[in-house]
Design a protein around this ligand. Structure first.
Ligand SMILES: [Zn+2]
Length: 233
């Protein structure tokens, strides 16, 4: 096998690696999900966190309520214990109990309002859960082919990268470097085929002498684009 053959085969592998990587990128992007799925997920998230936030508010209020009631209780216990004989202290305790009970009543109202909001939020969460479950099911069904393609692409890429390594290992270092630099400049094709005497890389006519050299197995270049000539079908 001539070196041009080796480089041409390496290029075939590189071009396929490029295509497969690009396709894999597209597949991964698509697998993130269509807009209707992302929307259903986002709405479920919002509904769940709204409900959680209301539950947290209610828990905080309940704790405050417990604390107020416990303070009121202990003040009442003291008031009716028979140990308080001072009129001023009795009157202070009564005021304190009243004030604590008033605050507790206010908080109970807030809790009731929250309960109504929670009922609504619960309903919304249930609806969003049902919509999201349907969307997930539909997507699971629709993404089967893409998942399979993703796996196939990954397996294929793995093989191609191994092949690339094998193919590159038989090319001498200087030629490999030249090929890679040329490929970078020429959109991935460092090696070009010809049709009769036309370079398929740049559509210019390649000199007969260069074609002759290439056919003799020497490294020859297209005068138009500078690519290495691969003079076979
Ligand atoms: Zn050319």
């Amino acid at each position: 096998m001539t070196q041009v053959h080796q480089l041409y085969q390496l290029q075939e592998t590189d071009l396929e690696i490029r295509d497969k990587k690009q396709r894999l990128g597209e597949v991964l992007q698509t697998l993130k999900g269509p807009p209707w799925l992302l929307q259903a997920r986002a709405e479920l998230d919002t509904a769940v966190s709204s409900l959680n936030s209301l539950q947290n508010q209610r828990n905080t209020l309940n704790l405050e309520l417990q604390s107020l009631r416990s303070k009121a209780n202990s003040s009442e216990t003291r008031l009716y214990s028979g140990k308080v004989v001072n009129t001023k202290e009795m009157s202070d305790l009564q005021h304190e109990i009243e004030s604590l009970n008033q605050r507790a009543a206010g908080i109970e109202d807030q809790v009731l309002e929250l309960m109504l909001l929670m009922e609504e939020a619960e309903t919304q969460k249930n609806e969003a859960t049902a919509v999201a479950a349907k969307a997930e099911e539909r997507w699971q069904h629709e993404s089967v082919d893409l998942e399979a393609e993703k796996t196939e692409l990954a397996v294929r890429l793995n093989r191609l990268l191994q092949r690339r390594q094998e193919q590159a290992s038989v090319v001498d270092a200087a030629s490999l470097r030249e090929y890679e630099q040329l490929a970078k400049k020429k959109g991935g094709t460092a090696v070009t085929r010809i049709r009769v005497d036309m370079c398929l890389g740049c559509r210019m006519t390649v000199s007969a002498n260069n074609i002759k050299q290439a056919r003799e197995g020497k490294k020859a270049y297209c005068g138009g684009c500078g690519r290495i000539i691969y003079p076979y079908d």
